[in-house]
Design a protein around this ligand. Structure first.
Ligand SMILES: Cc1cc2nc3c(=O)[nH]c(=O)nc-3n(C[C@H](O)[C@H](O)[C@H](O)COP(=O)(O)OP(=O)(O)OC[C@H]3O[C@@H](n4cnc5c(N)ncnc54)[C@H](O)[C@@H]3O)c2cc1C
Length: 392
């Protein structure tokens, strides 16, 4: 009989277990994987983008945008930065407030495992949980292939559905649902967008090219100015991953391939300055292949001097307001996170306890809170895990 069973030894589960154990609770963490914190280990290209200096609640997507506030303020990015620094892990800011380990993501996993051990928490890896039941006496029974575990508190921390090859599963969603918690439909987020063959005829010749772009989505006020990468399957890069979390199937994305610099106005000024004899493609301040692409998409050709006002309008749209409807996303195989999840209406924002099931808590990516790209999702895991750890 344990006090607390944490299901999932990822970022949120380990954080919760450490805090619970530090409060003197008898905590066991169960995970079906052979190693704990695998997503931490591979994250950020092996350097783990563990938080962001610019964490703010409006950078998290949820049906209830206010839900994340409490946990993010009670355990902030500064709290985690202090923890990493105290552990002697060197780190640096890469860009846009994103903090990475100087060395290896492994250091973050080791820090968490050391803390868990020091606090007296137990970790059982390679254990496959099955049914989770709650008896009339309020005690949970978790069946596993290594026997039954019992406790008055169970924390669901089995993470999202992305990258099934790494052990991701829908286990947590199923258990939450079986206990009557509502689920906001899940979808892959922070994920590359794919296109139809007809659209790919335009995109593929640019594969490998990366530009700085502003990307928005139809019906959304938000837009992201970051890198955009053309690929053989469609579009990727930070600006696309970011907007994928806001994009809904069937709607368009809007791309400005030269934000803050009106290339059509520049071309017109060039014509006035005597450059009219040059080929339109050669006067646009874009990589050559992209310049050719935007001119073709605008249905234009020939010299700068020969362009009409309507032609310039079409060129402007082609460069600064390129609207295209993705066929879909690359899906769970490459998505960095899962949007949607356990409905926050059914959870207490301070303790992460299920309102209708005493003793059941849900933390991390399983919850309907999805952060931006750049350390936001780990901060959510640390903050929600820490908050639940104070309550279990
Ligand atoms: C390739 C990649 C790179 C990423 N890079 C970053 C980054 O740099 N910065 C950032 O902020 N976020 C990043 N993320 C997102 C981040 O990893 C997650 O948001 C975060 O790990 C979620 O924490 P969690 O504890 O909720 O889930 P996880 O860390 O995924 O942990 C869930 C745990 O539950 C276990 N589990 C799953 N199913 C079962 C089951 N049925 N039985 C038992 N155990 C189970 C898993 O083995 C895992 O150990 C990245 C994600 C991916 C896929």
């Amino acid at each position: 009989m344990w006090d607390v069973i944490v299901l999932g030894a990822g970022a949120a589960g380990l954080m919760c277990a450490i805090e619970g154990a530090r409060r003197g609770r008898r905590v066991v963490v169960l995970d079906h994987a052979r190693a704990a914190g695998e997503k931490i280990r591979i994250s950020g290209g092996g350097r783990c983008n563990f938080t962001n200096l610019q964490i703010a609640p409006d950078r998290f997507i949820s049906q209830n945008p206010r839900f994340a506030r409490s946990a993010l303020s009670r355990y902030s990015q500064q709290d985690f930065i202090d923890r990493v620094t105290r552990a002697g892990i060197a780190w640096h800011e890469k860009t846009l407030g994103q903090l990475f380990c100087d060395g290896s993501a492994r250091q973050i996993v080791d820090m968490l495992l050391r803390d868990l051990h020091a606090a007296g928490g137990a970790l059982r890896l390679g254990v496959r949980p099955g049914a989770v039941k709650r008896g009339a006496d309020g005690v949970f029974q978790v069946e596993t292939d290594a026997g039954e575990f019992t406790a008055r508190t169970v924390v669901l921390a089995t993470g999202g559905k992305s990258i099934p090859k790494m052990g991701a599963s829908d286990f947590g969603y199923r258990v939450a649902q079986a206990f009557g918690l509502r689920i906001v439909p899940t979808r892959p987020a922070l994920v590359p967008l794919v296109f139809t063959d007809a659209q790919l005829d335009m995109i593929r010749p640019l594969a490998g090219l990366s530009v700085y772009a502003r990307v928005g989505a139809e019906g959304q006020r938000i837009a992201f100015e970051e890198g955009l990468l053309f690929t053989h399957r469609g579009l990727s890069g930070p600006s696309i991953l970011q907007i994928s979390s806001y994009w809904s199937a069937g709607s368009a994305i809007r791309v400005d391939l030269s934000p803050g610099r009106d290339l059509v106005a520049q071309a017109q000024a060039g014509r006035a300055a005597g450059l009219g004899g040059r080929d339109l493609v050669n006067v646009l301040d874009l990589p050559q292949a992209l310049a050719r692409n935007v001119v073709t998409r605008a249905g234009l050709s020939g010299r700068l001097a020969d362009q009409t006002r309507a032609g310039f309008d079409a060129l402007w749209r082609s460069i600064h307001d390129w609207q295209l409807v993705p066929a879909g996303t690359e899906g769970w195989r490459t998505a960095e996170v899962t949007a949607g999840g356990v409905d926050t209406r059914d959870l207490d924002g301070r303790s992460f306890a299920a309102r209708s099931v005493p003793g059941l808590h849900v933390v991390g990516e399983l919850v309907d809170v999805t952060g931006w790209l750049g350390g936001y999702n780990f901060q959510w895991a640390w903050s929600s895990g820490w908050a639940a750890g104070q309550a279990v």
